[in-house]
Design a protein around this ligand. Structure first.
Ligand code: ARG
Length: 466
């Protein structure tokens, strides 16, 4: 049997848990990363206890000094984490109490149930703020790559078949838009995470006159007007992990978006497409085939989306059917949450770095975008402008495409006479349809890949991301 812990297993227990139970139930190996937020929470709680007269000013000062010293030790890697003390909370509190007698008063009106809810919320709001900056950096990298290659056209694809010409920048800006929504979802999650649960106790608050608003204020759990935001139901506050689910859901969708970008990059870097060249530092070689240059950053980003989706499913499954209120099951939320945060941040960062070190092969793009069949829809629009109903126009152009294919010529090599044989609505000006530059001018709608519109969007995003 382990020696009993000095902080929590007091009167009720004759001894500590069996060694295998302790090893099974400890969480300090992973929740120690919450140490900074745990100390912040304790400082705010102590300040509040002093305000309501539970701690003297001298005791508060001693506790603050003690926590500060412990923080310093943890930061320098010298703090000895003890798994037998179970979690980050008890490790820090035990050390504090060893140093400062008043440490024994710190847990007044507090339970590890509201303490862990607090720590995770504090940690996650910081995490979201940092992820927000990394998402912006990725958006910047996408916009920059687009702006550096503003004149480059590529085929746009549906069903991975060549469809219609688009600016390469337009394709990249599609991801900038997705990332904007991801960022918005994370911000939304931030709002609901930014609520202070401290004062909820184990599940039923406290009989002591805790000043919850003071704590919330001290820890910056405030709304846009600076008003404290405190949870409104103690039972909900200790059992709620919605904010973690929301983060993992937003993270999963972000990861899915990144996996699609990664897949495009992988295709573009293949010899078959050859649209881009990723710098050597962001690729790896093969241990067997000397010629290989593999887009591993993109492949891993694509692959890692799997675990991030898994984390979301794991969290939802963890919460499903849990009775009120706190249950130890909830300890299992942290590794999934941490893994999602670490994984998406790494993917966002690495994809940005990789894109910043990627060159576009303009000649290969021009060759692909020069495929005249990409303008078949423009031909149909041409007939529509001549008064033909679209369905008929679609049919007529289909006939011309089939004819060109049969006669072994590209679509733009079909003669005016041959066009007119299919429909007299075709005039000599039909040849102008194949002028790609003009074709891109014609796409003037908001959100379309037209020359002016893409230029406008690039300028707008460049300004927005400054
Ligand atoms: N390590 C625990 C967790 O992560 C902290 C709360 C423990 N509470 C308790 N009553 N055992 O959920």
């Amino acid at each position: 049997m382990k020696k009993s812990s000095p902080v929590s297993r007091s009167g009720r227990f004759a001894g500590g848990p069996a060694a295998d139970v302790a090893a099974f139930s400890e969480s300090v190996s992973f929740d120690k990363r919450l140490w900074w937020h745990d100390i912040l929470g304790s400082l705010a709680h102590a300040a509040m206890l002093c305000k309501i007269g539970v701690l003297t000013t001298a005791e508060l000062k001693a506790i603050a000094r003690g926590l500060d010293a412990i923080g310093g030790k943890i930061k320098s890697g010298k703090f000895k984490w003890k798994p037998e003390l179970e979690d980050v909370h008890m490790n820090i509190e035990a050390e504090l109490t060893r140093r400062v007698p008043a440490g024994a008063k710190l847990h007044t009106g507090r339970s590890r149930n509201d303490q862990i809810a607090l720590d995770v919320r504090l940690w996650l709001t910081d995490e979201i703020a940092q992820l927000h900056h990394e998402i912006r950096a990725l958006q910047k990298a996408l916009v920059q790559l687009g702006a550096d290659n503003a004149a480059v056209l590529i085929p746009g694809y549906t069903h991975l078949q060549r469809a219609q010409p688009v600016f390469f920048a337009h394709h990249l800006l599609a991801y900038v838009e997705m990332l904007k929504r991801d960022d918005g979802r994370l911000l939304d999650c931030y709002t609901r995470t930014n609520v202070c649960p401290l004062g909820s106790g184990a599940l039923a608050g406290s009989t002591l006159p805790l000043d919850r608003e003071f704590v919330a204020h001290t820890l910056n759990f405030v709304d846009h007007k600076g008003r404290p935001r405190v949870s409104q139901n103690s039972m909900d506050a200790v059992s709620d992990r919605d904010f973690a689910v929301e983060f993992c859901a937003a993270g999963a969708l972000l990861a899915v978006h990144l996996s699609r970008l990664a897949e495009d990059v992988i295709l573009w870097a293949s010899a078959e497409f050859n649209f881009i060249k990723i710098a050597d530092a962001y690729t790896t070689g093969s241990s067997l085939m000397p010629q290989k240059k593999n887009p591993d950053v993109a492949e891993l980003t694509r692959g890692k989306s799997g675990r991030v989706i898994g984390n979301l499913v794991a969290l939802l499954t963890l919460l499903k059917g849990l009775p009120m209120t706190y249950n130890r099951d909830l300890q299992e939320d942290k590794e999934r949450l941490f893994d999602t945060a670490d994984t998406v941040r790494a993917c966002v960062r690495l994809m940005a770095a990789m894109l910043a070190n990627t060159k576009v092969n303009a000649a290969a793009c021009a060759r692909a975008a020069g495929d005249p069949t990409l303008l078949a829809t423009d031909l149909a629009d041409y007939l529509v402008k001549k008064g033909m109903p679209f369905r008929q126009a679609h049919h007529a152009v289909g006939a011309v495409v089939a004819f060109a294919e049969k006669s072994g010529r590209p679509l733009d090599q079909v003669t005016v006479a041959e066009f007119r044989a299919v429909s007299p609505k075709f005039g000599p000006d039909v040849k102008n349809v194949f002028n790609l530059a003009q074709a891109m001018q014609r796409r003037a709608l908001t959100g379309a890949p037209g020359a002016r519109e893409v230029k406008r969007q690039l300028a707008q995003w460049t300004k927005k991301l400054k």
